[in-house]
Design a protein around this ligand. Structure first.
Ligand SMILES: Nc1ncnc2c1ncn2[C@@H]1O[C@H](COP(=O)(O)OP(=O)(O)OP(=O)(O)O)[C@@H](O)[C@H]1O
Length: 366
């Protein structure tokens, strides 16, 4: 069990989260605008809420405004207009001393770890506590507890140059937790890591989130990271929110063009050998229709129900499948080839129009 890391702040400006009304979101953006010097409108009236204890992902193309949004949470980037609230409190209106105290309750980890090369792992993690005036024995106890938590107890006296990327990020995570934050901001935290290490770091983040009851806001270009750990996802495009919701819903049925473009690496296209033979119209006789059956993770009525699939099955050939399970919902596509005549009856009788798409026709067998 992790010991409390900082002494209780005298007359805390913000209520501890146990006192917050349950209905109040942990974090709320109200019409946040950010226009940089030079006139770039990075955020255009952005409003959203983040539930306490959730993992909230922010995605968007390069330049969409993700970093600006993340840095507005702790006022590293002050919005030009609008209000950021944490536990209902207007962060931008806090006097400087209280803002500093608030920042300690918001940990941050970065893509490039930002470790001090001339300091050991122990000193890198302990530095913020030293700056805060915590005594040597207490500091050591807290740092040891954190190194234990991130699985680096045996690396305390090692310098960063001797660490792997994943170990460096573990140090970054330990350092972000020294002030026992309630919110953890992750700025492309796994982007410099290979997939296996990414997986390990995501596991660690989930573990820590559960143990410490953190709310996590993360930005990433890696859709697999969002799929693996986020509860909700927000899609930014040109400084506007174009889509937002539970990950299973947004990924299962992306509506905005920007979301579809971001998700395309996750979606398999038509197999090449079929694509080159595809025709827009059915052949005069025989032939097969190539269908993409969509599983949106919603109810049977919205997606492809099993009976409908079975109705196709006796005649259908399965060409390719890409079904994932996200947050307990099946979503993805099955690509099947069905004799044109059989397809008509099955489609007319069983499939809702939203649940499939005719990609084209092939003349001969597949
Ligand atoms: N300090 C700054 N001064 C002027 N313009 C800026 C500044 N920081 C960001 N911008 C501009 O604001 C817009 C949003 O930038 P931001 O870094 O928030 O986007 P992003 O979605 O995080 O991009 P990336 O994925 O490339 O990191 C971009 O057009 C960017 O060029």
């Amino acid at each position: 069990m992790l010991q409390p890391l900082v002494p209780a702040a005298p007359a805390a400006a913000l209520p501890p989260h146990a006192d917050a009304p349950p209905a109040e979101p942990h974090l709320r953006f109200e019409r946040i605008e950010k226009t940089y010097a030079g006139g770039v409108r990075a955020l255009r009236g952005v409003s959203f809420e983040v539930r306490r204890g959730s993992v909230f992902g922010v995605i968007g193309r390069s330049g969409a405004g993700k970093s600006t949004l993340l840095r507005a949470i702790n006022m590293l980037e002050r919005p030009s207009a609008g209000t950021v609230r944490i536990d209902g409190i207007d962060v931008g209106a806090l006097p400087e001393a209280e803002l500093l105290r608030l920042r300690r309750r918001i940990g941050m980890i970065f893509q490039h770890f930002n470790l001090l090369a001339a300091k050991t792992v122990r000193d890198n993690v302990g530095l913020p506590l030293k700056v805060a005036g915590v005594g040597a024995a207490e500091l050591r106890r807290r740092v040891d507890a954190l190194l234990e938590l991130v699985g680096l107890a045996d690396k305390a006296e090692v310098y960063p140059a001797k660490l792997s990327g994943g170990q460096k990020q573990r140090v970054g995570i330990a350092r972000a937790l020294v002030h026992e934050p309630e919110i953890l901001l992750c700025d492309e935290a796994t982007s410099a890591l290979d997939p296996e290490t990414t997986h390990a770091i995501l596991g660690l983040l989930q573990d820590i989130k559960a143990k410490l009851g953190l709310t996590v806001v993360l930005i990433t270009h890696d859709m697999a990271v969002i799929r693996a750990v986020c509860d909700e996802v927000l899609v930014l495009d040109g400084g506007d929110i174009v889509e937002q919701g539970p990950v299973w819903k947004v990924f299962g049925d992306p509506r905005a063009a920007a979301t579809r473009a971001l998700l395309s690496p996750l979606r398999h296209g038509l197999p090449e050998d079929i694509a080159v033979r595809l025709q827009p119209e059915p052949p005069p006789r025989g032939g097969r229709a190539v269908l993409a059956l969509r599983f949106t993770g919603q109810s049977h009525a919205d997606g492809v129900s099993l009976p409908a699939l079975l109705a196709l099955a006796p005649e259908a050939r399965l060409l390719q499948g890409n079904i994932d399970r996200i947050q307990g919902h099946a979503q993805g596509d099955l690509i099947v080839a069905v004799p044109v005549a059989a397809m008509r009856s099955a489609v007319d009788a069983r499939l809702s129009p939203d649940s499939f798409k005719v990609l084209g026709y092939v003349a001969d067998d597949v």
